[in-house]
Design a binder for this molecule. Structure first.
Ligand SMILES: Cc1ncc(COP(=O)(O)O)c(C=O)c1O
Length: 367
């Protein structure tokens, strides 16, 4: 039986082995492991790729969001508006900041924040709007930024799944007060361990983030504020530097695979992912809506094809977030998506014949 895993990281390593090995050896030979030249160069290179003035490496995407919230001045009891159909860490970061997540529903077409629901969720305690660029597609930023400006709120973009995605003619992540990225290994730009990044055009915000990630110290043993340890190590920074030059071509390949899936699935009852007019999708995930979703997944698994649901239970219905007191039915579009969606294997090194095999099995299931 053919086995088609959801993602095969070994193919990527084989494709980039010499560049990655050289980068890692460079760090070992220099024997400087924390906050050094590789990290600084990567901050400059990724910020420049995004078109942002400042880039700050941190330990993970979750920490990027947490520290960005603190750098925006979020205090205990403040409210942060975001969506429920996201990776739980979006919300964990809000909890870490002792703030309260206010979850609004999504636009069913893009799976991102429904901007029409935003204004009604704003209260006197609201500090930040936190749109999530889910699956590789930006949220509709223009109306979000307009509301934020009018209501004097900060905007933090969760771009953890959207490296290189465009909103209009600029990169997602650079529109808000801060943009947060994860380099979890399977991301469009992934490290070989945990890693994260915040970009901003605000020099003061950048300064606060640099303090927050390094015990609050500007100079060794002189602590200006209470901080954390959220530093990216030099090995990961060097690997990210080696991989960054391939990001655009890998995103292009992801888009090509997505188009191929679209075409192969045309005559099936599944709904392929719609693309918003305002931007470009970088297909971190290829997410379809499928009738009889669970039976389809079971059938594909029997054929050796691995699929995943991103995410099966929206945050407001998770046990850990019972305190939000949001019952089933409170966010109908997010809940409906969770019942219908499934992600198919997509990554730059997947072969066309594997994509064809996945689509063929889906066709056979609905026959
Ligand atoms: C949308 C979103 N936000 C936040 C995170 C957290 O990133 P990390 O796993 O690097 O902490 C992730 C990654 O899993 C994510 O997909």
């Amino acid at each position: 039986m053919t086995k088609i895993p959801f993602y095969d990281m070994t193919r990527q390593y084989r494709a980039l082995q010499s560049a990655v090995d050289i980068a890692v050896r460079r760090v070992f030979e220099r024997a400087w492991f924390i906050l050094g030249e590789e990290g600084q160069r990567f901050e400059e290179e990724f910020a420049s790729y995004l078109g942002a003035k400042h880039g700050i490496n941190v330990g993970s995407g979750t920490e990027a969001l947490h520290l960005a919230l603190l750098a925006c001045g979020v205090e205990p009891g403040d409210e942060v508006i975001t969506v429920s159909n996201t990776a739980v860490p979006t919300i964990s970061a809000i909890s870490f900041a002792n703030a309260i997540p206010k979850l609004v529903d999504i636009d069913p077409a893009t799976f991102t924040m429904d901007v029409n629901k935003l204004e009604a969720a704003i209260t006197a305690r609201t500090k930040v709007i936190l749109p999530v660029h889910l699956f590789g597609q930006p949220a509709d930023l223009a109306p979000i930024l307009e509301i934020a400006r009018r209501r004097n709120l900060k905007v933090i973009e969760d771009a953890c799944q959207a490296h290189g995605a465009m909103y209009g003619d600029r990169k997602a992540g650079i529109f808000g007060d801060a943009g947060c990225f994860s380099f979890y290994p399977s991301k469009n730009l992934g490290a070989y361990g945990d890693a994260g990044f915040v970009c901003t055009n605000d020099a003061e915000m950048a300064d606060r983030l640099r303090l927050l990630r390094n015990y609050g110290q500007r100079r060794r043993y002189y602590h200006a504020i209470k901080g954390f340890n959220s530093r990216l190590d030099e090995v990961q920074a060097a690997i990210l530097r080696a991989k960054l030059p391939y990001l655009d071509e890998n995103n292009q390949r992801r888009r090509q695979i997505a188009l191929y899936y679209d075409r192969l699935l045309e005559k099936t009852p599944v709904t392929t992912p719609p693309r918003a007019k305002y931007g470009t999708h970088v297909f971190h995930l290829y997410v379809i809506r499928a009738p009889q979703r669970d039976a389809l997944m079971a059938y594909l698994a029997e054929q050796g094809i691995e699929t995943i649901i991103h995410y099966p239970i929206p945050v407001h219905l998770q046990e850990a977030y019972r305190e939000l007191q949001m019952d089933k039915g409170s966010l109908p579009a997010a809940e409906k998506a969770a019942e219908e969606i499934v992600s198919l294997p997509i990554y730059p090194e997947i072969r066309d014949d594997e994509v064809e095999a996945v689509a063929e099995c889906i066709r056979l299931f609905y026959k």
